[in-house]
Design a protein around this ligand. Structure first.
Ligand code: SAH
Ligand code: MG
Length: 218
């Protein structure tokens, strides 16, 4: 399925997870029907544990889509975290706004509308966590734009970093994805080799990287 772990392993892990209910479940069904790439179930479960340990007060998310991950993070943190997220697709924006309103989270989650390449420049203040989950060829650019806004002791979580296994093996790379794959490999090299970060790559979902910021970089 994900081409990252054996299907039997992924199926087994998913069977251990309880099904969500209410609005979160509705958003999952919408995402499935409309091919919106929300975080995978087992990734959500890991993030839940991380959020409970790390207890972030401010999260910056790049890639909102329908607002699923933002609303999920809020639900894990008892609606007490401030989230700034970004989205450029008008259809997604409309859906996200409605979902955030329905969840009663308009005063907690704000969306920067437009290309993150521009909107990220307008973000003020420091964050405890940054979640990168947007165009895969742009992770390094996003990272460079926001890493100074992450507190020391904060974490960067990057989703989809193994991209259907293509990042790990040339045998899996389809020709038209070559540039994206190269860029993602460069990004991973960077976050894994930087002295000021500790990074762990985790092969669940579509691949997740978790980086801890030890000191100011560069
Ligand atoms: N984090 C969401 C899923 C995000 S999917 C969740 O798990 O629920 C990725 C989204 O990022 C898409 O909706 C896409 O439109 C948006 N995106 C991609 N590149 C972007 C960019 N440069 N600026 C703003 N949004 C971007
Ligand atoms: Mg993702």
């Amino acid at each position: 399925m994900s081409k990252i772990v054996y299907d039997v392993v992924e199926d087994y892990i998913r069977e251990t997870l309880e099904e969500n209910t209410g609005q979160i479940r509705k958003m999952e069904l919408y995402a499935e029907e409309n091919n919106v790439p929300i975080i995978h179930k087992e990734v959500a479960e890991l993030l839940k544990v991380i959020l409970k340990i790390h207890k972030p007060k401010r999260i910056l998310e790049i890639g909102c889509a329908i607002g699923y991950s933002s609303i999920f993070f809020e639900s894990v943190l008892d609606n007490e975290v401030e989230i700034i997220t970004t989205e450029r697709n008008p259809v997604m924006l409309e859906k996200a706004k409605k979902n955030i309103k329905d969840a009663g989270l308009e005063d907690r989650i704000s969306i920067l509308e437009g290309d993150a390449q521009e909107t990220l420049n307008t973000v003020d203040g420091k964050f405890d966590m940054i979640f990168i989950d947007a165009a895969k060829g742009q992770y390094k650019m996003f990272f460079d734009m926001v890493i100074d806004k992450l507190k020391i002791g904060g974490i960067v979580i990057s989703d989809n970093i193994l991209y259907k296994g293509m990042i790990a093996s040339d045998d899996l790379v389809v020709r038209r994805k070559k540039t994206i794959v190269k860029r993602m490999r460069d990004y991973l090299d960077y976050i894994c080799q930087s002295d000021y970060l500790d990074t762990s790559i985790i092969p669940i979902g579509d691949g997740l990287a978790i980086s801890y910021k030890k000191s100011e970089g560069k």
